[in-house]
Design a protein around this ligand. Structure first.
Ligand SMILES: Nc1ncnc2c1ncn2[C@@H]1O[C@H](COP(=O)(O)OP(=O)(O)OP(=O)(O)O)[C@@H](O)[C@H]1O
Length: 571
């Protein structure tokens, strides 16, 4: 609940109205049985004036109670919605400060669940809290005192009933809390299964995995059904059990009062309000129990949200003025281990790249090519050694300077929903139409963009489903070059392009981005054969560098890759 404190601070006025209105509801509820008792007594005494007066007060009190109830619902909903909205915005802001390492630590889909499902849990408990928070203690204490004051000799019936209800509640609500916890886990499992299945539907269908997926889904779904039945059964027993206890208490009270009515005629009226107070004691204990069950679920969600808030970004940028960085790259004895891993992925790597050079990186799959490239825009920090861009240690520059200088085009192109222009403006915020056309010509995307009705204003659907793999890669390259970066890293980002288009992209890059340092990670040697220098990686080590001609003569690993690819091409 501590985590909620700052969010409640901005809701003081709404909280005031909510608490005031629910307190009015509680007092009206407490007063009604007492008034009813007075009306009944007046009827017995044939005092029509008092009957009329108290009858009117009873009606007015009822109306006030209803109005206050409506006001409470409105303000409680406002508080819950505002708290959830503010918390969601803060969580999103916090996640934006995370480095790659932080995101991997949680996993992207887990963070989505925290921002949606967990925040919803908090919203529900805040709403319930303000609808019941003040009402339950007032009703419980008030009804207890008033019940004893109404029929003092029956105090022990109240105590016995309370003890029995608390015992049944303690047993069933702890059990229910456990069931709800398991239900939450099952919901997450079903969500993950459904998400993975739908996102990978092409793979599922091409490997004819539908039945396997259906079986897995059905298993979790069956578990959910069985658990829901258990929860339903518990409810089915719980409610009648509570009412049985309350009814027995009432029957006993009526039986005992029946014996005393001859000596105390007013007890006839008193028994009605005594029964009402018994029911309100029952109500407050039961609702309190439910609240605790829901609260325990919300506490788990709050804990998960708090965990995100308390996570320090693994990588922060210094607060220094923005500078323009040059295109040289310097790796000085760099070693790197992924968070949570024990073996280093990069081992003691040193090399220099001059501004404007074209560098190729080759190596077997998993040799560390992408990892090396990720250290240039400082997506991760090395364990030891230093990475410099434009002659400056990347740890000493501000984030914008580095992002403007280094543009990274990934193999798996991510194009966001919106328009093509909006995606390109991620590469250059104020890009003009001419800038877009220039970049599209380089990336060979102009030909298909020009064929679209709205061209750069054409819509990109969710998960860019309306573009082919090759088109997505070209759009990503367009976005990568539009800002004329000092360093352009292409991580296998032409893999879905045909050989002709790939060649055209490279020629255009050479012609149009003359001052830009280009780092090309490629599976095919043909993609980097013309590079000024090629770095050869093997199991995280830099085992050679030179031109294609030099490496083909003196680097056995390079020779092997080259000859294998050549042989395959000839076949
Ligand atoms: N986020 C990560 N967490 C832990 N290990 C990782 C992570 N990313 C990559 N690795 C591991 O680091 C090693 C190098 O991966 P990297 O992606 O850099 O290789 P690569 O040479 O680019 O491979 P490919 O050519 O297949 O893309 C691999 O063994 C991989 O399993």
């Amino acid at each position: 609940m501590k985590a909620l404190g700052p969010y409640f601070k901005t809701q003081k006025l709404n909280i005031f109205w909510s608490v005031l209105s629910i307190a009015i509801v509680a007092f009206a509820t407490l007063w009604q049985p007492h008034l009813l008792q007075q009306v009944l007594e007046a009827i017995l005494k044939k005092d029509s004036d008092t009957v009329f007066k108290n009858g009117v007060i009873l009606v007015v009190l009822g109306v006030i109670g209803v109005i206050a109830g409506v006001i409470n619902t409105i303000y409680s909903a406002k508080i819950a919605l505002n708290v959830a909205t503010d918390m969601r915005a803060d969580l999103y802001k916090k996640i934006q400060t995370f480095s790659f390492g932080n995101i991997e630590q949680f996993s992207a889909s887990n963070l989505v669940v925290r921002m949606t499902n967990d925040i919803n849990q908090v919203q529900q408990i805040v709403m319930a809290l303000f609808q019941q928070l003040t009402r339950i203690p007032i009703l419980f204490i008030g009804s207890f005192i008033l019940a004893i004051m109404t029929l003092p000799s029956l105090w022990w019936i109240i105590i016995v009933m309370m003890v029995l209800i608390v015992l049944v509640s303690a047993f069933s609500f702890t059990r229910m809390g456990r069931y709800f916890g398991t239900m939450q886990e099952l919901i997450e499992r079903v969500n993950t299964l459904a998400r993975e299945n739908l996102m990978g539907i092409r793979v599922v269908k091409s490997f004819v995995q539908e039945n396997n997926q259906i079986d897995q889904f059905a298993k979790s779904s069956d578990e959910m059904r069985d658990l829901s039945i258990k929860i339903g059964n518990l409810f089915a027993i719980l409610m009648p059990a509570f009412f049985l206890i309350a009814n027995l208490a009432m029957a006993l009270a009526i039986f005992l009062v029946g014996g005393m009515v001859t000596d105390h005629p007013t007890y006839l009226a008193a028994i009605t309000s005594f029964i009402s107070y018994l029911m309100q004691i029952l109500f407050s204990i039961v609702i309190g129990g439910f609240m605790m069950t829901f609260a325990s679920r919300a506490f788990v969600s709050l804990g998960r949200i708090d965990e995100v808030f308390n996570t320090k970004p693994q990588l922060t940028f210094p607060d220094v003025p923005e500078t323009t960085l040059g295109g040289s790259i310097h790796f000085d004895h760099v070693s790197f281990t992924y968070p949570g891993e024990t073996d280093p992925t990069l081992k003691d790597i040193s090399f220099d790249v001059k501004a404007g050079e074209m560098i190729g990186i080759v190596g077997a799959t998993g040799s560390g090519k992408s990892t090396l490239a990720q250290l240039i825009p400082r997506l991760f920090d090395p364990d030891s050694g230093e990475v410099e861009v434009g002659g400056v240690d990347v740890k000493t520059v501000n984030e914008n300077s580095l992002r403007k200088a280094v543009s990274f085009v990934l193999q798996r192109a991510t194009i966001f929903s919106g328009t093509i222009a909006a995606n390109l403006r991620q590469g250059k915020a104020n890009a003009s139409l001419a800038d877009m056309q220039w970049a599209a010509e380089i990336a060979q995307s102009a030909e298909f963009i020009n064929r679209l009705d709205k061209q750069f204003d054409a819509e990109v659907e969710e998960r860019s489903a309306n573009f082919s793999g090759g088109q997505k890669q070209r759009l990503a390259i367009t976005r990568g070059v539009i800002g004329k970066p000092a360093i352009l890293i292409m991580d296998d980002s032409t893999s879905a392009l045909d050989a002709r288009s790939e060649k055209l992209v490279q020629q255009a890059l050479e012609k149009e981005l003359t001052g830009t340092t280009t780092v090309i990670i490629a599976e095919k040697i043909s993609s980097i054969i013309k590079a000024d220098r090629i770095l050869v990686l093997d199991d995280g080590q830099l085992i050679g560098q030179g031109t294609h001609k030099e490496l083909v003569q003196n680097n056995p690993t390079y020779q092997e890759i080259y000859h294998t690819q050549k042989a395959l091409e000839e076949v």
